[in-house]
Write a protein that binds this ligand. Structure first.
Ligand code: GTP
Ligand code: MG
Length: 343
């Protein structure tokens, strides 16, 4: 087989000349190499670059954060060259330190999606923040799915262009419920439903894949995704990994999933709203004997955590248990057909 590489077949300036794009030809295929790109990696020819691209490693960042094993598999390189390119990518990457001023500017782009309950919004510092993960855990019927539905509607109330992505693992997404809540919020139910993209996840791998694809979906269809719901985050993981022996494997997968979601929150400036079940821990004698599934991995990756429980006279009580900048506290509200009602 003859392989030939034309190193500088053509170069073009794009976007006002800011970025130099070089197209290189490998066999009959043209591969776009940008400044930031794989073409610079030592020992990576076009064939390997193409393989890496096909496997989803399309930027320096993706190489820098990859493990040696993953890259070996994707590129067909041995472990030593794989190590070399990872090190090169790490050294040559702008690792993304930002000054406090830049971060303060970025905070100004944060949007707060209201829930309709004043008490709950106040608890959350004015609503559910974009750019981070909010985890709601609680027993069955405590209102997790109701909050998820309501946020899908309210995201559009404050921004008609907003799109919500709903990853449904328990088959509990109900378009009829959205219709009711949209009417309650004074919105056109059809339009609201149009802007909610629902995907049913059949197992944990599928769920992880769907989360990874949200960025692509937004880019391809030019969607302004301000909310991503995963309802429920842990049900599949819990069902598929049973017993002590499989716990570390489960936690590893869950960890990867949480990182995908964290990245999604950051790159899309979306609020990632996760629901989580609780398990009862009978060995706890004082306080509430319920704990969220997923342990530290889910807890640490979530920016805000709320614990939901049923209160008096059919109300629901949300307790803020973890937040970087808000005091802990509680809010009570009723779930009504049209939305939430304060007490
Ligand atoms: P699991 O998914 O089973 O863990 O529970 P969850 O926390 O997701 O519960 P969910 O949010 O589905 O809450 C269900 C409860 O919301 C029901 O028991 C009702 O009390 C209430 N609810 C749901 N729909 C309506 C409605 O249209 N009108 C009123 N008034 N209440 C509703
Ligand atoms: Mg639910």
């Amino acid at each position: 087989m003859t392989r030939y590489e034309i190193e500088h077949a053509t170069s073009v300036f794009t976007g006002g000349g800011h970025e130099l794009l070089t197209f290189k030809q490998h066999n009959t295929r043209w591969i776009k190499i940008t400044n930031e790109d794989l073409g610079k990696l030592p020992g990576v020819g076009l064939a390997t670059a193409a393989k890496l691209k096909d496997a989803g490693y399309d930027s320096m960042m993706s190489i820098a954060v990859a493990s040696i094993g993953e890259l070996e598999e994707a590129s067909g390189l041995g472990s030593s060259p794989a190590r070399k390119i990872i090190n090169f990518a790490r050294e040559n990457l702008n690792m993304g330190f930002q000054s406090g001023i830049e971060l303060l500017e970025k905070r100004k782009t944060v949007v707060r999606i209201p829930s309709g309950s004043e008490a709950l919004d106040k608890l959350m510092g004015g609503g559910f923040e974009t750019g981070c993960i909010v985890e709601a855990y609680g027993e069955f019927g405590s209102g997790k799915t109701q909050i998820a539905h309501l946020l899908c509607v309210m995201a559009q109330k404050i921004d008609p262009e907003a799109v919500a992505v709903y990853i449904d693992t328990e088959n509990t997404f109900r378009p009829e419920r959205i219709e009711q809540l949209a009417k309650g919020a004074g919105l056109d139910p059809k339009k609201v439903l149009q802007n909610i993209k629902v995907a049913r996840a059949y197992n944990s791998d599928h769920q992880m894949l769907l989360a990874e694809k949200v960025g692509d979906l937004a880019k391809k269809e030019n969607l302004k995704v301000t909310l991503v719901v995963v309802d429920s985050l842990t049900a599949h993981f819990r069902a598929e990994f049973i017993g002590r022996g499989t716990l570390s494997e489960r936690q590893q997968k869950l960890n990867r999933h949480m990182h995908t979601l964290l990245k999604l929150a950051d790159t899309q400036n979306a609020c990632v709203f996760l629901t989580n079940q609780v398990m009862s821990t009978p060995d706890v004698f004082f306080g509430d004997p319920t704990r969220a599934i997923g342990g530290h991995i889910v807890a640490h990756a979530s920016t805000f955590r709320i614990y939901l429980r049923k209160g008096k006279k059919g109300s629901r009580v949300a307790k803020l248990v973890d937040s970087p900048n808000l005091p802990d506290g509680e809010a009570a509200f009723y779930v009504r057909t049209e939305g939430f009602e304060d007490i």
